[in-house]
Design a binder for this molecule. Structure first.
Ligand SMILES: NC(=O)c1ccc[n+]([C@@H]2O[C@H](COP(=O)([O-])OP(=O)(O)OC[C@H]3O[C@@H](n4cnc5c(N)ncnc54)[C@H](O)[C@@H]3O)[C@@H](O)[C@H]2O)c1
Length: 270
């Protein structure tokens, strides 16, 4: 990879909650930053950056706007549990379009994956990246699709990618679950910058979580990318509210995503 300041970086999902935060921070670090989203960018585009509106599902358009980039930060897509028909174009077709663009441009992809890839693990388990995946919906399945496309594109074409299994990226934790899943904004930024600037990443999988005392997630590829989380949700422990009174959501790591439409009989009855 080239020197940090000469990196040609493109950020998808720029008009979203995390995208807007990253857009401002990355524009300062990477001159020529390209921002893209299907929705207009709601903020002032910082000097040196530019915004282009595009649908991730439009392969031709994605090929056009990614020409010449060497790093694609892929945060765009449906970010919640929705019907498969809603998720398919943005998260499945769109992610293939992004990896194809990376292959053509020999670029690295940094992909916003999610804790909903492992949501059906019980809360008393501490996971490493080698543990079995347990998606808790079509959204989680679509994020696993992205991780797997990354694995395939590395093995077959040498396209590097870093997959961030983001927990709860919030300014502050607000409920008990977040004491385990919180990712602070400064840690998110450090993680993205480390992923951009690492000399080599190969295929890497990281837990997108701060150094929380109660974290459910441990071993990953962070150290070999030179990244270490610094914040800890525990400092907010006396300010958060109890999780919603929902036994399924309280049992599993994916929280409320696991109980949406839950159709199994109570334990011991099936
Ligand atoms: N916020 C979190 O705590 C969290 C946790 C886990 C994973 N993530 C992932 O991080 C990323 C950003 O999350 P967020 O909270 O900012 O979500 P968000 O919904 O605010 O942002 C997603 C953006 O993607 C854009 N988008 C959707 N479909 C598109 C399409 N077809 N073409 C182009 N753009 C499209 C949306 O317009 C939106 O601006 C998402 O991929 C999400 O799945 C976030």
């Amino acid at each position: 990879m080239s020197d940090a300041a000469s990196r040609k970086v493109l950020l998808t999902g720029a008009s979203g909650v995390l995208g807007r935060f990253l857009a401002a921070e990355l524009a300062r670090r990477y001159p020529g930053l390209v921002l893209t989203d299907i929705l207009p960018f709601p903020d002032k585009v910082l000097e040196g950056a530019r915004f282009v509106q595009a649908d991730l599902a439009d392969a031709g358009r994605i090929a056009e706007i990614t020409e010449g980039v060497d790093t694609i930060i892929h945060f765009g897509g449906v970010a919640n549990e929705k019907s498969f028909e809603t998720i398919l174009p943005a998260n499945i077709v769109g992610t293939v379009n992004v990896f194809e663009a990376a292959r053509t441009n020999r670029a690295r992809v940094i992909f916003a994956s999610s804790n909903h890839t492992i949501g059906f693990h019980e809360r008393d388990r501490k996971l490493g990246i080698a543990d079995r995946v347990k998606p808790d919906g079509f959204y989680g399945v679509s994020k696993l699709f992205g991780e797997n496309v990354g694995s395939f594109y590395f093995d077959k074409f040498g396209v590097e990618s870093v997959h961030l299994r983001i927990g709860s990226a919030l300014r502050k934790p607000t409920e008990t679950r977040h004491l385990s899943t919180w990712l602070s904004y400064p840690d998110l930024l450090r993680m993205v910058v480390a992923s951009i600037e690492a000399e080599k990443t190969g295929y890497a999988l990281l837990w997108g979580v701060s150094a929380n005392t109660r974290s459910w997630w441990g071993e990953d590829d962070a150290a070999r990318l030179g990244y270490r989380a610094e914040d800890n949700a525990e400092v907010f422990a006396d300010k958060v509210t109890a999780d919603p009174d929902d036994p399924i959501a309280r049992r599993f790591q994916g929280g409320s995503f696991t109980s949406q439409g839950y159709g199994r009989a109570p334990e011991g009855k099936s």
